[in-house]
Design a protein around this ligand. Structure first.
Ligand code: FMN
Length: 343
């Protein structure tokens, strides 16, 4: 057997009092980073996971629907509550509700969501236009909770209009314990080129820990970005969809251990466990939903199609398999599709 590669000497990621090892973070993804998925990513040795985007107003009011976004599964921690809003007072109250639940290790403030409805209210990426307000939000949230506080944002609105220098300064002055920095601009949403040179520049310019995000697809990418950009950690989104064991490979590479991918049967069992967890979560959710369009199984399976689509990356020529995957309706359909893809 080949000797394992030399262990790189990256320190643990330190976010205030929270130490994260390995320094890998699952990016918050609406509709994807639900408790069963986060639980599997943690089991695969992802260092830190984050909830779906949660509305601060609903949380401050303790609305059952909003609190459902902060549902958690056993063994997920360390876990960040990822919240959005524009009013420092409401954000502070929302963070206090999340902290009181006793299930979170970190409050993460969203300042990068490009959805127009959210931006128009000055929330999400709308906060990138108002660094002073973002600073007030960080200060208010810090004063309201005993947990570390971070911000997730982007480098700018478009490549000719980067705002991250001023923004990072405001975030640091507000007292945030870390900055999750997506190297894409608002107009690019989640696709295209991620500007790691700018991420590296911000890391150099500021004292606050910077966790780089954007376009990491492989363990090799994760190591290279850590080494070249000098960031304190890496955040991974889409590459983990359908393939959460990527975190296991990255952890092994960070620790200089050899890594062998889980056998096909184990991968399928992991993904089925995740899907079955999603069905249970949806059953809980349906208890307080007024209108229910689909039974928990079918709605969870439809949501799972995203994972199947990601597993099919690079296999678009396999039309029958694509059709099979995009028409799954039951757990048995999903198992059959997974058995066809993962061999
Ligand atoms: C389906 C989807 C949903 C997302 N939802 C959120 C979100 O709620 N909050 C957020 O800060 N970013 C969100 N993002 C952005 C990711 O957190 C991440 O910044 C982005 O996907 C870039 O990382 P990647 O290139 O590794 O995927 C989302 C991305 C995707 C693909």
């Amino acid at each position: 057997m080949d000797a394992p590669p030399a262990a790189p000497t990256f320190p643990a990621l330190q976010l205030g009092s929270l130490q994260v090892w390995p320094p890998t973070v699952l990016a918050p993804m609406a509709g994807i980073t639900t408790p069963p998925f986060r639980h599997i990513c943690r089991r695969m040795q992802c260092g830190l996971v984050a909830t779906e985007l949660t509305n601060a107003e609903g949380l401050a009011r303790r609305s059952a629907k909003t609190l459902h976004f902060l549902e958690t599964w056993p063994d997920e921690r360390p876990l960040a509550a990822h919240i959005y809003g524009h009013d420092p007072d409401v954000m502070a109250r929302a963070a206090a509700v999340a902290a009181e639940l006793g299930r979170f290790d970190l409050i993460d403030i969203n300042a990068g969501c490009p959805v127009p409805k959210i931006m128009r209210r000055g929330e999400g990426a709308g906060l990138m236009k108002t660094p002073e307000r973002l600073k007030q939000i960080v200060q208010a949230v810090r004063a309201a909770v005993p947990l570390p506080v971070t911000v997730k944002t982007r480098i700018g609105f478009h490549y000719e209009h980067l705002v991250i220098d001023e923004l990072a300064q405001a975030i640091e002055e507000g007292g945030a314990h870390g900055l999750f920095l997506h190297g894409r601009t608002v107009d690019r949403r989640h696709a295209g080129f991620a500007d790691w040179a700018t991420i590296a520049r911000i890391k150099q310019a500021r004292k606050i820990p910077v966790i780089g995000n954007g376009g990491i697809l492989t363990a090799e990418d994760a190591l290279r970005r850590m080494a070249e950009a000098g960031v304190d950690g890496v955040m991974i989104g889409r590459a983990a969809i359908g393939t959460p064991w990527l975190f296991g490979e990255i952890a092994a590479r960070f620790e200089g251990r050899p890594w062998t991918p889980p056998p096909a049967a184990e991968k399928i069992a992991l993904l089925m466990e995740m899907l079955e967890g999603q069905v249970r979560l949806t059953e809980m959710e349906h208890k307080f939903r007024r209108r229910i369009h689909y039974a928990p199984e079918i709605s969870s399976v439809m949501q799972f199609r995203t994972h199947l689509a990601h597993l099919l990356r690079g296999r678009v020529h396999q039309r029958d398999l694509m059709r099979q995957c995009m028409s799954v309706k039951t757990l048995a359909d999903v198992r059959a599709a997974l058995e066809a893809i993962i061999t």
